[in-house]
Ligand binder design. Structure first.
Ligand code: 6PG
Length: 243
């Protein structure tokens, strides 16, 4: 597990974009699962700066780790956020964009998207393997759309599941632990003071930390990276300093 801590959210975004561009160099047909959330949004804006990152998007296939069950033009849609802040600004073939169809019946779409992953991605031991999965983490320790109260979804034998947001009741489609922990690279993008307790509990393996889905992210034979700002990492710093 590689921990990368930078002073501000913007510096996290810049450093991750540099990391991503370097990692993508000369790669062919790469499959990446994107995340929703505020940190990915500033990363997409950074990636959209003309000429700043030499990424050949023709070799990149974009998927989503989770999606709200809303139409693609709904402000709640992770796809819409990605389209507004990234897709409309880069030269990526339409066929390389594999959105979760939030407008479909949720249970049917969970199955359909799971099959799309099975069909499009390289498969090892019967499980689709992403080259990279980007993840955020909620203040409650959720990741993708696996929430603590539905943590059983993490161990589903399905590629995707239907989840329900604990507060809003909003239905969501999410990839499961089976997919995430089978990926070649998993990158947590976590910023802001609101996350510091959970980051400290999870990275410090404090008691009961496995109640949080984000704590269950452990790619079997892949790399795990955390990109944090100082605020989100402040709890770890105390841990390290032994204070
Ligand atoms: C979503 C995301 C979700 C997000 C976390 C963190 O659909 O909302 O996939 O899992 O990553 O809620 O969001 P922030 O980065 O905005 O705090």
């Amino acid at each position: 597990m590689e921990l990368n801590i930078y002073p501000t959210k913007n510096e996290v975004a810049i450093e991750f974009c540099i990391f991503l561009a370097e990692w993508l160099k000369d790669k062919k047909s790469v499959h990446i699962a994107l995340s929703g959330g505020s940190t990915p949004k500033i990363i997409f804006e950074e990636l959209s700066i003309p000429g700043k990152y030499a990424i050949n998007w023709k070799e990149v296939h974009l998927y989503w780790g989770d999606e709200r069950c809303v139409p693609p033009d709904d402000d709640q849609s992770n796809y819409k956020m990605t389209k507004d802040f990234l897709l409309d600004n880069i030269d990526i073939p339409e066929d390389n964009i594999h959105r979760i169809l939030g407008e479909n019946d949720p249970r049917e779409e969970a199955h359909r998207y799971g099959q799309e992953l099975q069909r499009n991605l390289p498969v090892q031991d019967g499980i689709p393997k992403f080259d990279m999965v980007l993840l955020g983490m909620g203040e409650d320790g959720h990741t993708a759309s696996v929430f603590p109260y539905e943590i059983h979804l993490w161990d589903s034998d399905q590629n995707c599941e239907l989840a329900v947001h604990p507060d809003s009741g909003q239905k969501r489609i999410t990839i499961t632990g089976r997919i995430i922990n089978h990926s070649k690279n998993v990158v947590f993008l976590v910023t802001g003071a609101a996350k510091k307790e959970k980051v400290a509990e999870i990275l410090g393996k404090k008691s009961n930390y496995k109640q949080y889905p984000a704590a269950l992210v452990r790619p079997q034979d892949g790399n795990l990276y955390w990109f944090l700002d100082e605020e989100a990492a402040s709890g770890i710093r105390n841990l390290n300093s032994g204070s």
